[in-house]
Design a binder for this molecule. Structure first.
Ligand SMILES: [Fe+2]
Length: 555
């Protein structure tokens, strides 16, 4: 029986996770505390920085001291990386990254005083990604695909998982990387590299894959479970875009072409691994596994019956995977991940104290779910802050902005609230038992990692959540796992006959999702949101203005 803390620090999305006796009890990304999106830049100079606040949260949540940990699992193995024996400034500072990773136990002993340095364990980056999907899914046996930007020296892993053991069948060495190709495209289109890839995915559906033939020549599977990425000169296919400018046809076409080619390669990689193992289930992690359009194509056209994707598929999830991997090595039976709600939470008393401290007028309705459903049915926008924060990039009904899907203008309204591009879709949440009637795709889909086709007759009823290609990125809600969200959805359906609510993350553009009550109040205070539902309490925008005025008068 062990207490294992997982740490991701090497590239971006620093995060910590805690697995106690095989059960995941806490996981959080550092960005939610520091309010700096992705935590830090993925440059060698920042490798030493640890997710100090996320680690502290994991310990405080379980009332543990660093000395009580049985292991700290670090999701990168410097022995597998470029070595820093000579000049650490050579090779794009890769040696410095390796040096810093090697010194991680030293940095950790400073951040976690009392930690026994012998408890430190390095876990290969892609083994950590793989473990975040295999153990967390509960699928055993299964195939596993990690498709990433990069790890120590590889960008991908294909494996067979059975009886808690991972057998690596293929690993593609750098520089060939589907993740880095997608990152290059993201930067070429004027977005932030290793941050805004989902915007490229959304843009791709507006374009024709006019460069697909070129990409098929340059990006090819090798027949041994890996692939080659040739010299894709993006600038020769479409001009670089500047941030904030409208996209040209060629740029949307380039996005569509790369997206389509990545989907095709993933299908071939999945077929290769499945032909060797005969497994019916596939689990996935790595940044590319956040590409829900590709995931859905794998589900529709690939050889696997079920696909499970780690909701924190990016590098944050390696903190959890590393912890699960080491917990398994220590002999614990690692339990599947039941929910992504692994971050911070506050009880009613603490929330009430926050609201009083902020001098904000609030009410405690009989049932906050009913009050919110009524507000949504009146076409109000609601900020929804409930329970523990989500681990991973998706809002799953704990830190969400909600709206009525029947009004097509709510897409524009929400994008305005968040200050983000108008081509970005917003997503629907739907009760488990109603999902199949409205959406066609893999169900249940509790983590929003697949796109679904909106069934005929429904697209017109829920226009705000239907993307240009008539798909939607659905979150299904189970009454057992999410009783409050489920009740809100039921009440909304009772009022409107529509079992779907718009759900997007509770944040504004370029900022991490809100995490603590102060973030929620700040975001609510600065955005045209009508109602904040925070725990059992509600705050109304109009009365917030009145109180600010009356407070001034009183002063
Ligand atoms: Fe990674």
């Amino acid at each position: 029986m062990g207490k294992v803390m997982g740490v991701n620090a090497v590239f971006h999305d620093p995060a910590a996770a805690l697995v106690v006796d095989g059960v995941t009890v806490a996981a959080a990304e550092e960005e939610r505390f520091t309010r700096r999106k992705h935590g830090k830049p993925a440059v060698p100079f920042s490798t030493w920085e640890l997710p100090e606040q996320a680690m502290a949260f994991c310990l405080a949540h379980t009332d543990l001291e660093p000395a009580e940990l049985d292991a700290v699992a670090y999701s990168y193995d410097p022995d597998l990386a470029v070595q820093a024996d000579g000049d650490v400034t050579a090779d794009d500072w890769e040696g410095l990254r390796t040096l810093y990773a090697r010194r991680a136990p030293l940095f950790l002993s400073t951040s976690l005083p009392g930690l026994d340095p012998r408890k430190f364990r390095w876990v290969p980056h892609h083994v950590a990604h793989a473990s975040s999907a295999t153990f967390a899914s509960g699928f055993d046996p299964c195939d596993v695909l990690v498709v990433d930007g990069r790890g120590e020296r590889a960008s991908h892993l294909a494996g067979h998982f059975a009886d808690g053991k991972l057998e690596v069948l293929a690993a593609q060495a750098l520089p060939h990387s589907l993740g880095l190709l997608y990152e290059d495209l993201t930067a070429h289109l004027g977005f932030h590299r290793s941050s805004d890839e989902y915007k490229v995915m959304a843009l791709a559906s507006f374009g024709e894959p006019s460069f697909l033939d070129v990409l098929r020549q340059l990006v090819r599977v090798d027949g041994r479970g890996g692939f080659e990425v040739g010299d894709v000169q993006l600038g020769r296919l479409a001009p670089a875009a500047r941030a904030g400018e409208a996209f040209e046809r060629a740029q949307a076409g380039l996005a569509a072409s790369v997206q389509r080619r990545v989907e095709e390669v993933l299908l071939e990689l999945a077929a290769w691994v499945q032909s060797r193992t005969g497994n019916r289930d596939l689990v996935m992690a790595g940044g590319v596994a956040l590409n829900c359009v590709a995931n859905s194509r794998l589900w529709r056209e690939g050889p696997h019956r079920r696909i499970w994707v780690q909701p924190a598929a990016g590098d944050a999830g390696t903190a959890l995977g590393a912890a699960m991997h080491v917990a398994n090595e220590l002999g614990d039976k690692v339990q599947p991940m039941q929910s992504a709600a692994l971050g911070r939470g506050w009880d009613d008393e603490a929330l009430e104290a926050c609201l009083r401290r902020a001098a904000v007028p609030f009410k405690r309705p009989d049932d906050v779910a009913a009050t919110v459903a009524e507000a949504l049915a009146r076409n109000e926008i609601v900020a929804w802050f409930q329970g523990r924060a989500e681990f991973g990039p998706r809002a799953l009904g704990h830190r969400s902005l909600l709206a009525d899907p029947r009004d097509p203008s709510n897409l524009e309204r929400l994008n305005d609230v968040k200050g983000r591009e108008q081509f970005r879709p917003v997503a629907p949440m739907v009760l488990d038992e109603r999902a199949a009637e409205v959406f066609d795709g893999p169900l249940p889909s509790p983590f929003m990692l697949f796109t679904h086709r909106v069934r005929d007759g429904w697209a017109e009823r829920i226009p705000a959540v239907v993307h240009v290609d008539r798909t939607a990125r659905v979150q299904t809600v189970s009454r057992e796992a999410e009783p409050l969200v489920a009740r809100m959805l039921s009440r909304f359906e009772a009022l409107t006959s529509v079992p779907v609510v718009v759900n997007t993350s509770f944040n504004t553009a370029g900022r991490p999702m809100v995490d603590d009550p102060r973030d929620a109040l700040e975001c609510f205070g600065s955005s045209p949101v009508d109602l904040l539902a925070i725990g059992p309490f509600v705050v109304r925008r109009s009365s917030a203005g009145n109180v600010a005025a009356s407070a001034q008068v009183a002063a």
